[in-house]
Design a binder for this molecule. Structure first.
Ligand SMILES: [Zn+2]
Length: 378
């Protein structure tokens, strides 16, 4: 809020107010000027006021502050000047809200005036170390309608309205130790600018923040514990899985070994089968050979039998030849030989002797017959 400095501007020439120590100021008195005017000019209004008050024989415009309809605030007198305004004067300063807020004119306090009044009261409370109870209307100080029925309730409203200006006053001083402990001065938050309630609000915010943080920490801790438990579980299950995996890998390795063995067996088996087939065909061939051998053996056996018979015949023939050689009757012998030949032929028919063997026998017999015929001739 800007305060326009018009100090001394509306003072009569060669006139002055009494002086005082600012620490003696204990009240702030709110006034209206009760001059029926609607001028847009603050200066014109202040001159009217000056002239009116000068007419009372006073040094000049008596109010310390003037609040125009547009909300602009002007300071007319120093706080240390004792002006005449509420019947007490020495212990108070005066704020004028310009207008006639009472019958018969019933002006209204503008919104800008109200806002400026509240801000100015905030500032003055701080500067003069005053409390809400030190703010009064002119009518509280003496018999007067001032500041008018339409403005007076603003004083009570101000006291129950939270400050709208960031510059606050204190109802109770904050102990210096607290200011220092919280380092309030360094951030401009000290007695002269902050109410205790505001600080308490700050504290509540801080405490709420702290509580929130504490809850967060508690939650985080519980989350941490849960996570740790989960990690442990996961680690354990991971170990088990690792073991299972190792087992499975071992099983797979075994299976692979078995598979490669089986593959070896398979190729061996194929080899064996091929061999077997080869052997089977060899076997078949051997079987044929065997049959052939058997047949040959059979044939040889028959031949042998034939030969044995032939031999027997020859032996008989030889003994016959011997007997002929010792006999006188070759005719008989010839006859016997002829019979023998017939027998041999019969035998040949009967036994189906090998032709070669038979031919040999026959030749032998022919030779014998030849021998016999030569013997007969002799
Ligand atoms: Zn008054």
């Amino acid at each position: 809020m800007e305060i326009i400095n018009n100090i001394g501007k509306y003072l009569q020439p060669n006139r002055a107010w009494f002086n005082r120590d600012e620490s003696t100021i204990k009240k702030i008195t709110v006034h209206h000027d009760a001059i029926p005017h609607n001028s847009n000019s603050a200066d014109a209004n202040m001159r009217i006021i000056m002239n009116t008050h000068a007419g009372n024989g006073w040094p000049g415009a008596a109010y310390h502050y003037y609040i125009h309809r547009d909300g602009k605030v002007y300071q007319l007198n120093r706080h240390s000047w004792v002006t005449w305004h509420d019947g007490h004067n020495y212990d108070s300063i005066a704020i004028l809200v310009t207008g006639y807020f009472h019958t018969p004119h019933n002006n209204r306090v503008t919104a800008q005036q109200k806002e400026s009044l509240f801000k100015l009261l905030d500032k003055l409370k701080v500067d003069l170390k005053l409390k809400n109870s030190d703010i009064v209307g002119h009518r509280d100080r003496m018999a007067s309608a001032c500041p008018g029925d339409l403005a007076y309730p603003l004083i009570a409203e101000y006291k129950t309205t939270p400050p709208i200006n960031p510059c606050y006053t204190l109802d109770t001083d904050i102990p210096t130790e607290v200011e220092d402990a919280r380092n309030l001065k360094s951030v401009g938050r000290y007695n002269r600018h902050w109410t205790f309630n505001q600080l308490m609000d700050d504290w509540v915010v801080v405490v709420n923040e702290l509580n929130k943080k504490i809850n967060e920490v508690v939650e985080l801790r519980s989350d941490k514990t849960k996570l740790e438990t989960k990690i442990t579980q996961l680690e354990n299950s991971s170990k088990i899985q690792d073991q299972n995996l190792e087992k499975k890998i071992n099983e797979i390795t075994k299976l692979e070994t078995q598979i490669s063995q089986l593959k070896g067996y398979k190729s061996q088996n194929e080899l064996l089968q091929a061999n077997l087939e080869k052997m089977a065909s060899e076997n078949a061939s051997l079987k044929g050979d065997l049959e052939e051998v058997n047949n040959k053996l059979d044939s040889m056996e028959k031949t042998q039998q034939g030969l044995a018979q032939s031999l027997e015949l020859l032996s008989t023939a030889l003994s016959g030849v011997k007997r002929v050689l010792n006999t006188d009757k070759p005719e008989e012998f010839e006859e016997k030989i002829q019979n023998l030949l017939i027998k041999i032929e019969t035998l040949e028919e009967k036994e189906k002797l090998n032709l070669d063997e038979f031919t040999i026998t026959q030749k032998l017999l022919s030779i014998l017959l030849d021998i016999l015929s030569k013997l007969n001739i002799k």
